[in-house]
Structure formats: structure tokens, C-alpha cells
Design a protein around this ligand. Structure first.
Ligand code: AMP
Length: 488
């Protein structure tokens, strides 16, 4: 991920990462449908390309694939979505059995093409490519240290710092260089690193961002979310543990723990908003967690109504959970235009507000003359909810009751979720009654933090602890200008 200026209190990019290692011949007993791909298609770059499609929701600003055939490494990356960056020609030029790939999210003012990933560099250990999801909190210190020792940088990305640190430690060999680097970097990181002959996955000691291991016909795969394995008709094997490095080469998969004390602070916003509902993360099916959040909202702040609707896509599961818990009929009352990206891509407030009209519309026959409960996953700036109330009233809704499947977002994220500046966060400045008035709803309620966490834990009692810094301002480690604390 990449930086403007850290102190600007501006949150930065989310991403999706992929690693592929093909080492076996295609298994003839493998699922039949998979055989629809020809031998030519059975290339790590093609698989990485499909996987990036599956992870496209994690980033649409840039996409890239680095590939190795064991001798040479090649890279193609650019601005835009997977479909915009890749075509038959450039994909065919990427031949090899090992891939490292990345999709990156847009943030205003931070779109320079040099920040696209994977980042690749020739080192004394051979070529290395790195794809990173997360954000380092000690980026500035590390960069300063590297610059003092003579390193030069192409861009303002913390991923480049990781690459330089690995390159610098080459004398001790790859494994040691990796472990040393990973022990120096602090913050959130799910990394996929590729050398000429292996692919490596690493997850930070708090397990803030997701990373999992899967098996595809012919080899192994790493991905931010399990939905990427399904897209390749592969199998989920397991989540990478916090503080674990897995090295995949022709010998198979080797796991290392990088010594540091690990704890469990998975980002709860992944379950609330960011992840795809068909993914399973750390044993928690995202869709089920969201349904439970909806049921919890019904318990905590139910309201008499005629119909329950959800804001597509991330509000739908919670709306279904709410409807099931209350017995109020669920209907598709809002339709999303599938052909535009996420609203945050519009850089100005006015553009963002008008984009909501383009992005979402109400189904008059569902809401006309009705008392409507509308469920969304979160309120950040308040842009979407303000416009949605207008859209629903315009379509004849008699009452609009907003229910939100996460607590008020009051604090920035320093670990890789793109939230706006603190001043722009509506809940940082206003209480629930004021926000309700501001968005023009009849009533408004947010789920409690306890309810949200329980919804996740109920899905997997062994589930990790969570980072809820954006709701509480309490982060799993020190971040500049914020409180470092542990919730009891
Ligand atoms: P807002 O309109 O600013 O209140 O943003 C809330 C909407 O944006 C919700 O409907 C979410 O689905 C979505 N959202 C929440 N967090 C993010 C994020 N980090 N990036 C992009 N969209 C988000």
C-alpha cells in the first residue's frame, strides 16, 4: 500500500493479493469442469488473472501480475481494474509457473502509477516481487534508515521499503532476509513475495489483514480471500496464522513462525464491509456474520415496519438477518448499478453525493406507501445514507428507518482500510440523533460494538480477537497521535 503524508490523518489503500505456485501436472482426477481450460490456459498468470477478478472488490485502482518461469521474472501492471489492465496479448506474454499478483484500491490524490503493485526489483538474491495488503506504521523510520544507508526510492509506498529491506539482507539467504525484514516492519501486512523459484506468504503478528492458503489443480495458491480459490475451482486449505510465513516451492509448503509474540486482532471491518460475503475468513463465513449482525440489530433496535430492504451489496446479508429475526418481509428495494465502482472513488463531496443517485435506485413497487427499514453496513461520511433517504422518499416510502450493522465510525484506520480524514467522519462530530436529523431519516440506530463482535464470534467460537480501532480509537499497537491500549 502507499502513502501521501502519514500525518494527514488520511487513510490509504486496501488491496487484494494473490500467489500461485504450479508444480504438478494437472490432476486427471480433478474436478471435471476445470478441464474446460486448455493446457495453454494452465499458466500461473491466467490463474492469477482469474483470481484478481475474484478479488476485484478489494481494489480497482490498479492491477498487476508478476510471473516467473524459474529463470526469468516478468511483470505487467497498470492503472485500472483487471479488465482494463490485462488483454490477451499482455497476458500471453506472461508465461511461467509462479505468480504474484495484486489489486489496489483508489484513494483521492494517491493514484500515481508508480504505486501500482506488485513491486519488483533485481537483488543479489535474484529478482524479487512483492504484493502487500496493509499499512506499516513505522514506514517513515524505516525509509529514513534505508535512505541514510544509500537506498533510493521510486515512489512513496511502504511496499518498496519491504522490498529494499529484503534486498539489503541478502547475505544471510532468502529465509533469513525474510524473517529479518518481517521482524523489522510494524503495522498490518499480508504479503505475497515471489522469487525465481518460490512464492511466500506472510501475515503480520496481529493477523489484521486476511491471507489464506488454497490448492488448485496443479499447485498451490495464496489469496486475501477464499472466494479466489472458488473462482479457480480450487480448495481452501487453511488461513495463514498471525505471525506465520509459508514458503511454497517444488518441495511443497513449509511454515515458519517468525518468533514474535502473536495476538489476534483481525480487522472487524473486513466482516462488516470489505470482504465478499461468500468468503470464509479465519473460520467465519462473512455472509453468516453479517446475517447475525442484522439479527442483533433487530434485537437491539427493532421498529414496526412493513418491509426490510438492504443497501447492495454489503448491507444485504444483514437485512436478511434482520427480516428473519423480526418476521417483517424482506425485499429487494434498492438496485445497484453494477457498472460503476465504489463511491469513494469520486474525489469531491458533491461528486460523491451525486454518484449515489447513479449508483443506487429504489424499486417503487417495494417501498411505495410503506414503512421501510433500510439496513446498511456502515455510515462513514453520511453521503450514502443522506441520498438514500431522498431516493426512498422520492419512491413513495412513508417512513424510513435506518439501521446500521456497525457502530459509528469515529476514528481513522492506520492498518489499511481507506476511511476519510477524521473531520469528515460524521460520527466523529455528531451523535446519533444529530446524524438522524442530518440524513433525514425517521429513526436511526447503530449496532452495539458488543453485538457486532458477538455476531462474528458466534460463527466461530475460536475466532480471533478483533481490531475495532475505527470504532473505539483503541488500536492493537501504537500509531502516531493515537491511544495505544488494550480493551479489557
Ligand atoms: P458514506 O456514504 O461516506 O457514509 O459511506 C458509507 C458507505 O460506503 C457504506 O454504504 C459502505 O458500504 C461504504 N463504505 C464503507 N467503508 C468504505 C471504505 N473504506 N471504502 C469505500 N466504501 C466504504
Amino acid at each position: 500500500m502507499s502513502y501521501d503524508v502519514f500525518e494527514d490523518d488520511k487513510l490509504h489503500d486496501e488491496c487484494g493479493v494473490v500467489g500461485i505456485f504450479l508444480n504438478k501436472k494437472s490432476d486427471s482426477s480433478a474436478k471435471k469442469e476445470y478441464k474446460a481450460y486448455s493446457a495453454k490456459d494452465f499458466n500461473a498468470a491466467t490463474l492469477a488473472y482469474y483470481a484478481l477478478y475474484a478479488l476485484q472488490h478489494r481494489g480497482q485502482e490498479s492491477a498487476g501480475i508478476a510471473i516467473s518461469d524459474g529463470k526469468e521474472m516478468k511483470l505487467h501492471k497498470g492503472k485500472g481494474s483487471t479488465a482494463e489492465v490485462f488483454n490477451q496479448e499482455n497476458l500471453e506474454s506472461l508465461t511461467g509457473n509462479i505468480a504474484c499478483a495484486h489489486v489496489r484500491y483508489a484513494t483521492a490524490g494517491n493514484k500515481s502509477p508508480e504505486n501500482a503493485q506488485p513491486m519488483m526489483q533485481g537483488t543479489k538474491l535474484g529478482d524479487i516481487a512483492v504484493a502487500h495488503n496493509g499499512q506499516l506504521v513505522n514506514y517513515e523510520q524505516l525509509r529514513e534508515m534505508l535512505e541514510e544507508s544509500g537506498c533510493t526510492f521510486q515512489c512513496n509506498s511502504d511496499t518498496e521499503v519491504i522490498l529494499k529491506l529484503i534486498a539489503r539482507s541478502y547475505k544471510k539467504g532468502l529465509e533469513r532476509a525474510l524473517i529479518d525484514t518481517i521482524q523489522m516492519i510494524k503495522g498490518s501486512f499480508s504479503l505475497v513475495i515471489m522469487t525465481d523459484d518460490c512464492v511466500i506468504g506472510a501475515r503480520d503478528p496481529n493477523g489484521i489483514r486476511p491471507l489464506c492458503l488454497g490448492e488448485v489443480d496443479g499447485g498451490w495458491m495464496l489469496a486475501s480471500e477464499s472466494c479466489a480459490f472458488d473462482a479457480l475451482n480450487g480448495n481452501f486449505v487453511r488461513d495463514i496464522k498471525p505471525g506465520e510465513i509459508v514458503m511454497i516451492n517444488k518441495e511443497g509448503v513449509t511454515s515458519y513462525e517468525f518468533g514474535e509474540k502473536t495476538s489476534k486482532h483481525t480487522c472487524v471491518f473486513e466482516y462488516v464491509y470489505f470482504a465478499r460475503p461468500d468468503s470464509i475468513m479465519d473460520g467465519i463465513p462473512v455472509n453468516v456474520a453479517r446475517e447475525r449482525m442484522g439479527a442483533c440489530l433487530a434485537k437491539e433496535s427493532g421498529v414496526p415496519a412493513d418491509v426490510v430492504i438492504g443497501v447492495p451489496d454489503s448491507g444485504l446479508s444483514a437485512a436478511q438477518g434482520y427480516a428473519k429475526a423480526t418476521g417483517i418481509p424482506y425485499a429487494s428495494g434498492l438496485i445497484k448499478n453494477r457498472y460503476i465502482g465504489r463511491t469513494f472513488i469520486a474525489p469531491t463531496q458533491r461528486e460523491r453525493e451525486n454518484m449515489v443517485f447513479v449508483k443506487l435506485n429504489a424499486v417503487r413497487s417495494v417501498v411505495d406507501g410503506k414503512r421501510v427499514v433500510v439496513i446498511d453496513d456502515s455510515i462513514v461520511r453520511g453521503t450514502t445514507s443522506r441520498r438514500l433517504v431522498q431516493i426512498l422518499r422520492r419512491a413513495g416510502a412513508k417512513e424510513v428507518h435506518f439501521r446500521i450493522a456497525s457502530p459509528p465510525v469515529k476514528f481513522p484506520c492506520y492498518f489499511g482500510i481507506d476511511t476519510p480524514t477524521r473531520n469528515e467522519l460524521i460520527s466523529n462530530k455528531h451523535n446519533v440523533a444529530e446524524i438522524c436529523k442530518e440524513i433525514g431519516a425517521d429513526t436511526l440506530a447503530f449496532i452495539s460494538a458488543k453485538g457486532m463482535l458477538e455476531a462474528c464470534r458466534e460463527c466461530n467460537p475460536e475466532a480471533f480477537g478483533f481490531c475495532e480501532g475505527c470504532f473505539t480509537g483503541v488500536y492493537p499497537m501504537s500509531v502516531p497521535g493515537e491511544i495505544h491500549g488494550k480493551k479489557l
